[in-house]
Design a protein around this ligand. Structure first.
Ligand code: ACO
Length: 427
C-alpha cells in the first residue's frame, strides 16, 4: 500500500493510505495536526471522507451508483421500495419471509398519535410541506421517549421502523392540511406506495382507486432517491447523530438540509424554471446564455453535480421513465419536450461540456411528479420520503462504528488578531 508524504518546512510526515472495496484510495490525515501543527482546508468537503461507509457507492466519472453493491439500474427495475429500505439498513436483500415481516411491522406503525393533528394545525395553511415534515419528524421524539437512545440498537431499530412507517402519513397530512381537506387514515391492506397515494388523493365524498401506473412510478422514484453517499442532507444527519442526538432530531436536520434549492429543493426549482421559460416566452439560447453569465445568479436548475462528471444514472432512468409514464397516463406535457430540448441545447454548449455539467436526478423527476398529480411544492417532500432509508442507514452505520467521533471540523481563523477590550466611552 503506498503512503503519502507531507513536507511542511523542514518537517516530513508519512501518512497511511486506505483502500476501499472499489479500489479508491483515501489518505488518512488524522495525525497531521499533532505531528506538524497544520490542518487541511477543503471547501465544501469536496475532497474529504469523514469516515468509512458501506451503504452506497458512486463513481462520478463513470456514472455508477450502487446500493450495498447492487447497481441502481437493477434495483430500479426489480425492487420494491421497502425491499430497498431493508437492504440499505441491514446490508443484505431480505428473504421472502424477512421482507414480509418487515412490511408487516412497517404497516403496524403507520398511524400518527391522534394529538399530533394539532401540530399540523398550528401551521399557516401556506406553510411549505418540507417545514411541516421536518417539524413533525422532530416532534416524533416527544411521543416516543422510550426509544431515543442512539446507542441502543433495539431502540434505534424501532425508531427507524416508526420513521419509515409514519413518513407517508406525515407527508400526506401536510398536503391535506394545506388544502383544507380531511385527513385520510392509513389503510394497512395496501402497499407502501398505494397507501400513500390514497392518503394524499382520496376524499370522503368519492371512491379512490389507486392507478397501478402511478403506484409503480412512485415506487421507482422512491427507490432512485433512497441513498446517495455522503450528500449534504446525509452528512447533516451524520453530523447531528455524531453528537448522539436521537434519530428523529438527526433526520429532521437532514430534511432541513434537503430543502435547499442546491440540494433536494432543486426538483421544485426545475419545474418553476420551465414554467418561467414558457411564461416569459424565452428562447433556450437566451436561457443557456443567462446560466453561463457569471454576473447573473441564474443557474440551470437540475444541472450539475458535485460528484457526477458524467450522466447521473438516476437522471438517465428518469428521462426514459418520464416519456413512458406520461404516455401510459395519457398526459401530454409540453414541459417534457421543453426539458429535453433544454438538455440538448446545454449539452451541445462548450460551457456545460467543459465543466461536465449533466442533468441530475432533479431534472426529470418533477415532470413525472406533475403527471402523477402532485403539486409542485410537494416535490421535495417526495424526495425526502425516498431518501429516508438512506438517512437512517447512514445514522445506524455511524452509531454502530466504534471509531466514530463527534464531528468537529477545524477552521482557518482569519478574524482579528488578539486585541484589548475598549471601554464604551472610548469607542
Ligand atoms: N448552471 C450553470 N452553471 C453551473 C451549474 C448550473 N446548474 N452548475 C455548476 N455550474 C458551473 C459553476 O458556475 C462553476 O463554474 P466556474 O468553474 O466557471 O466557476 C462550475 O460549473 C462548477 O460548479 P460548482 O458550483 O463549483 O459545483 P459544486 O459541485 O459546488 O455544485 C451543484 C454542485 C450545487 C449541484 C451545482 O451544480 C448547482 O448549483 N446545480 C443547480 C442546482 C441543482 O440542480 N441541484 C441539485 C443537485 S442533485 C441533488 O442534490 C439531489
Amino acid at each position: 500500500m503506498p503512503d503519502a508524504v507531507v513536507r511542511f518546512g523542514d518537517d516530513e510526515l508519512n501518512l497511511p493510505a486506505h483502500v476501499g472495496t472499489q479500489g479508491d484510495y483515501a489518505i488518512d490525515i488524522s495525525a497531521l495536526r499533532g505531528a506538524l501543527g497544520i490542518v487541511t482546508l477543503d471547501r465544501g468537503f469536496a475532497n474529504t471522507a469523514e469516515g468509512r461507509s458501506s451503504v452506497s457507492f458512486i463513481d462520478g466519472e463513470e456514472g455508477v451508483l450502487l446500493y450495498r453493491g447492487y447497481p441502481i439500474e437493477q434495483l430500479a427495475e426489480q425492487a420494491r421500495f421497502l425491499e430497498v429500505a431493508y437492504l440499505l439498513q441491514y446490508g443484505e436483500l431480505p428473504t421472502k419471509s424477512e421482507l414480509e415481516q418487515y412490511e408487516e411491522s412497517i404497516t403496524r406503525h403507520t398511524l400518527l398519535r391522534e394529538d399530533m393533528k394539532h401540530l399540523f394545525e398550528a401551521f399557516p395553511h401556506s406553510a411549505h410541506p418540507m417545514q411541516i415534515l421536518a417539524s413533525a419528524t422532530s416532534a416524533l421524539a416527544t411521543y416516543y421517549p422510550d426509544a431515543l437512545n442512539p446507542l441502543d440498537p433495539e431502540a434505534v431499530d424501532i425508531s427507524c421502523r416508526r420513521l419509515v412507517a409514519k413518513a407517508p402519513t406525515m407527508v400526506a397530512w401536510s398536503y391535506k392540511y394545506r388544502t383544507h381537506q380531511p385527513y385520510v387514515y392509513p389503510a394497512n391492506d395496501l402497499g407502501y406506495s398505494e397507501n400513500f397515494l390514497r392518503m394524499m388523493f382520496a376524499v370522503p365524498a368519492e371512491d379512490y382507486v389507486v392507478d397501478p401506473v402511478v403506484a409503480t412510478t412512485l415506487n421507482l422514484l422512491l427507490v432512485l432517491h433512497a441513498d446517495h453517499g455522503q450528500n449534504c442532507s446525509s452528512s447533516a444527519v451524520r453530523l447531528v447523530g455524531s453528537g448522539h442526538a436521537n434519530i428523529f432530531s438527526s433526520v429532521a436536520a437532514g430534511i432541513h438540509a434537503l430543502s435547499g434549492p442546491l440540494h433536494g429543493g432543486a426538483n421544485q426549482e426545475v419545474l418553476e424554471m420551465l414554467e418561467w421559460i414558457v411564461a416569459e416566452g424565452l428562447d433556450l439560447d437566451t436561457v443557456v446564455r443567462k446560466a453561463k453569465d457569471r454576473n447573473d445568479p441564474f443557474r440551470l436548475m437540475g444541472f450539475g453535480h458535485r460528484v457526477y462528471k458524467n450522466f447521473d444514472p438516476r437522471a438517465r432512468i428518469l428521462k426514459k421513465a418520464a416519456a413512458d409514464v406520461l404516455h401510459a397516463l395519457g398526459v401530454d406535457d409540453p414541459l417534457l419536450d421543453l426539458a429535453m430540448r433544454l438538455e440538448e441545447v446545454a449539452l451541445s454548449d462548450d460551457y456545460f461540456v467543459e465543466r461536465k455539467l449533466y442533468p441530475n436526478v432533479d431534472f426529470y423527476s418533477g415532470i413525472i411528479y406533475r403527471a402523477m398529480g402532485f403539486p409542485i411544492d410537494m416535490f421535495t417532500v417526495l424526495f425526502a420520503m425516498g431518501r429516508l432509508p438512506g438517512w437512517i442507514s447512514q445514522f445506524r452505520e455511524l452509531l454502530a462504528d466504534p471509531e466514530t467521533r463527534i464531528f468537529r471540523p477545524r477552521q482557518l481563523y482569519i478574524g482579528s488578531p488578539v486585541r484589548d477590550f475598549v471601554a464604551m466611552d472610548e469607542r
